[in-house]
Design a binder for this molecule. Sequence first.
Ligand code: SF4
Ligand SMILES: [Zn+2]
Length: 464
Amino acid sequence: MTNHQLPLLVDSHAHLDGRQFSNDLDQTVERATANGISHILTIGCDLESSAKSIAVAEKYENIFAAVGVHPHDATEINAAALEKLKAMLSHPKVVALGEIGLDYYRDRSPRDVQSTAFRQQIGLARQVGQPIIVHDRDAHDDVIQILKEENGAEAGGVLHCFSGDLKMARQCLELGFYLSFTGTITYPKNETIREIIAEIPIDRMLIETDCPYLSPQKFRGKRNEPAYVRYTAEKLAEIKGLTIEDVARVTSRNCHDLFGFGSVDQSGKIAYQIGDSLYLNVTNRCTNSCVFCAKFSDFVVKGHELQLDHEPSVEEVKQVVGDPTRYAEIVFCGYGEPLLRLDLIKEISRWLKEQGGTVRINSDGQANLVHGRNILPELTGLVDAISISLNAPDAEHYHQLCRSTYGAQQSYQAVKDFLQQAGQYIPEVLATAVTYPGVDIASCEKVARDLGVQFKAREYNQVG
Ligand code: SF4
Ligand SMILES: [Zn+2]
């Protein structure tokens, strides 16, 4: 029985084929379902456990399998084994090749053999077009090097139970990989991993149990199982300042994008909730074409689809908001520049304020160029806060990153003027910059300070 009260989570890495579950697999899967686990990916470690994982996936509709040879068993890899894996990969419930990688902690196979097995299996994944699930224990540099040399990016995949540092996390993201986290993020002493999680976008994270191993703190020392992935999700929500619903929606979507199972809501959203804020997506038009803007790839923000099939009317927006006091704030945002729709924003904001709501606008700061006048006085009393994307310490860098239709000099000066003047009409003014590679955050902060406004750095695929 599924508990529909609970947001649905995916356990993206479990080992259900082993003897630890041989007596109570049915009950384990039932408990997972009762705890809102929608799907489980069970992972093979050698040819035998890969075949068993497929059998588990055949038995349960919501379980999928990965097949591969773990570095501990790397000596098993030869031409015949690769052929067997290839045949298994064509099974309809097999969605990935893994787990594969390097383990220099236990060194159960010679390192050169581990390396060869890893390389050959990456090659197989590329050949069959399946993502890889990477095991890395105390072998960070070699894992990155091999992923690069063997073009692992072409296969794509996930670093399971990520244990590297922030630099490695960024390297993995640059290669297009996801990072997956286990119950170890709940361990009191594991502050380092929580600091890494705080720094990287959840849009590239998966959650997993790695059961029967690595139980979360609450069950430490006992057998782990898929139902406990919830504890990892809760900790992730806490670290990222999100709700468990947000974590569920985003990580399930990430699994869908990587492995192809599950379903995602594809409807374009006018309003969407992240944390306790409600975001309003009133246009997809924009004066900028930022190099980091998600609308050039998939229009997805925190698991919400933001591609509009039409620009909503005042009435439509009011309807989706309902009672604005249910939210900490209502933010005009989305993938587009909200102030292009100045009249709608004024009307909705007036209505929101009458209802007792709190209003923020996230803007690129070029509204005065668009409208040919200073529009800030028109927002007096309607808007509580405005966040303006500064993104660069000078016009040249601004243009490289944001590519405004108004050109380098005019656009950047307009953004700075807007920032400087906004405080006369809006109580809270914030300049922001994206943590996109190459953006000089410290210099941006100095520009903001010189303009007399607060400053905040933000993840580049995070709206708000
Ligand atoms: S200002 Fe925002 S919506 Fe416009 S292109 Fe840049 S990131 Fe995208
Ligand atoms: Zn594992």
